[in-house]
Structure formats: C-alpha cells, structure tokens
Write a protein that binds this ligand. Structure first.
Ligand SMILES: Cc1cc2nc3c(=O)[nH]c(=O)nc-3n(C[C@H](O)[C@H](O)[C@H](O)COP(=O)(O)O)c2cc1C
Length: 276
C-alpha cells in the first residue's frame, strides 16, 4: 500500500468518508499502513526470530515517555509461560498458537527506587504515578504494533490477561509497583484480515470544542454501516433476549452490562500503587 488511493480506500472503509490526501506528502507509505492496520489472530507456523522480536521491542521502547521517566517494560514470554496463559484463557485459542507472546508492563517501581538511590523524597505517590506508567505502557504497545506492521508481522493485544493479573504477575515475578497492562500475540499472518470500521470522525474529532451532536443518531448510523459489512453474532441472547437490529452499540452495551475485572483496582493497590 503506497499510492494515495490505498490510504483513501482504507479510510473510506474505516470511516465511510473520503479524506483529501496530498499525493506529494512524504510518508504516505507509513500513513497507508496506519490507515489499513488490522488485528491478526491467525498465524502461520513460521517462527518469529528472537532477534527480530528484540529489534521490534527496541523500536517500541523508542516511543516518547512522560517526562523521560521510561516507565514501560516488555516481557518476551517463554513458550511454557505462554502455554500457562493460554490455559488460563481457553476461549482465545490463538494465544497458544501465536509464535510469540509478549506482556507490556507499567513500571511504577523504578522511579521511587531511583529517588531512594539518590536520597530524595518521593512525594508523588498518587494516582498520577499509576496513570503515567500505564499511559507509557500503552504508547509502547502502540509503537510495537506499528513496528510489527512495518515488517509484515500480525499482532493481537490481549487485555484478558488482566482477568488473571495476580497469576500473571506471580508467574513473571513482577515486583511491587510493576503490573501487566496487556499481553500481545505476534506472528506472521495467515490471511489478510479486514479493516474494522470506526465511529465516524464527526463523533471522535472535535473542532475547537467538544461536540457530540445527536449522539444517538450518529451511533445508529455507525451501527448500520458496520453491520452491513460485518454483522455481529448476538452476545448472550439467553440473557438479553432478541432485538430487531443488533449492532455495535448493542454488543458493547451487553459486553459492559456484566461486571468485568471489578477486582483490578484491588490488585493494583495490593501491588503498591496508591490510586488516590
Ligand atoms: C488494549 C487492547 C486490548 C485488547 N485485548 C484483546 C483481547 O484480550 N482479545 C482479543 O481477541 N482482542 C483484543 N484486542 C483487539 C481488539 O479487539 C481489536 O483491536 C478491535 O476489535 C478492533 O479491531 P482492529 O484492531 O482490527 O481495528 C485488544 C486491543 C487493544 C488495543
């Protein structure tokens, strides 16, 4: 994907909108890759070379970092530990079949340790400390995905590892104030995958002031655009019953209509973060 049409086509599929693309713009290849990015959950058996993984980790960790504090780490899992995680999450079998599996960490430990080493107080033990480390981990995650895409590797982040935070933390010997944020399957894609449509830019890009307009109508129009491309299989119909039209918003409302990881705050506090 290097010509401007590939970007406009990808963005049209994503947002149902034609965006102007200046053909003289440098970096069109990179933009096209970003516009056409998609999750990959099916991989060939071709292994991912360990040196390539380290290269991608290095590129990912070249991401910007809040105040240069560098509070994100990556663990490249052994096959045995990947298998243990796959056992914990049986409904996501691609975790086992992925040629490589990583865990991205928020590291709130190094900074207070450095303060101790330098004989300084650390009067910043509050929510912002957790937030900074978690945001850094998210940026490193996104940078890893971008790096993997650039070499043709497929990725799938796995937040479900947080259903088992304590177990994962124990397995990876994470000390206090270091927590798993997200896992990541990595492998050579078995198929092209598909572009997943996003909410229209009228909902998510604001000019000057936040303005959600007629949110219900805009969501409905997104629901219908998306369902026309990839209809959803209704989630838990026994619990929620039938609806005349099942779209993204119905699916997300059902997904978040049941408690998820309600114990995560307790885990994070137990790991030594102050969330106040
Ligand atoms: C932080 C994060 C966590 C995710 N966790 C999971 C997961 O546990 N299992 C999974 O199958 N996909 C997971 N995904 C992938 C999303 O489901 C996927 O990105 C989304 O459906 C949109 O599709 P797209 O990436 O192809 O645009 C995660 C994505 C992100 C960014």
């Amino acid at each position: 994907m290097s010509d401007p049409h590939s970007i406009t086509d990808a963005l049209k599929a994503r947002f149902s909108e034609s965006l102007a693309v200046d053909e003289g713009l440098s970096g069109l290849d990179e933009l096209a890759r970003l516009a056409g990015r998609r999750v990959h959950r099916r991989y060939t058996e071709r292994p991912v070379d360990s040196e390539l993984l380290r290269l991608l980790c290095a590129c990912a960790l070249s991401a910007p970092s809040k105040s240069d504090l560098q509070q994100a780490d990556i663990v490249i899992l052994s096959k045995a530990d990947q298998g243990t995680i796959a056992d914990l999450i049986p409904d996501q079998p691609f975790i086992r079949s992925a040629p490589a599996f990583l865990v991205f960490l928020a590291n709130g430990r190094r900074l207070p340790e450095i303060s101790k080493l330098r004989g300084k107080p650390f009067p910043n033990d509050h929510l912002d400390q957790f937030f900074n480390a978690a945001v850094d981990a998210g940026i490193v995650l996104a940078s890893f995905i971008r790096a993997a895409d650039a070499v043709g590797l497929g990725t799938c982040p796995i937040s479900v590892i947080r259903d088992h935070s304590a177990r994962v933390s124990e397995m990876l010997r994470l000390p206090q104030r270091v927590i798993p944020v997200v896992g990541m399957c990595v492998g050579w894609p078995q198929d092209a995958g598909h572009i997943s449509p996003r909410l229209s830019l009228s909902i998510t890009v604001h000019e000057g002031r936040y303005d959600e307009g007629d949110l219900a109508a805009r969501i409905d129009s997104y629901d219908r655009r998306r369902a026309a491309i990839h209809p959803y299989k209704p989630r838990d119909p026994a619990r929620w019953g039938d609806v005349p039209f099942y779209g993204w918003s119905e699916d997300k409302a059902r997904q978040y209509g049941v408690p998820q990881r309600a114990d995560f705050g307790a885990f994070v506090r137990k790991k030594g973060f102050n969330l106040d």
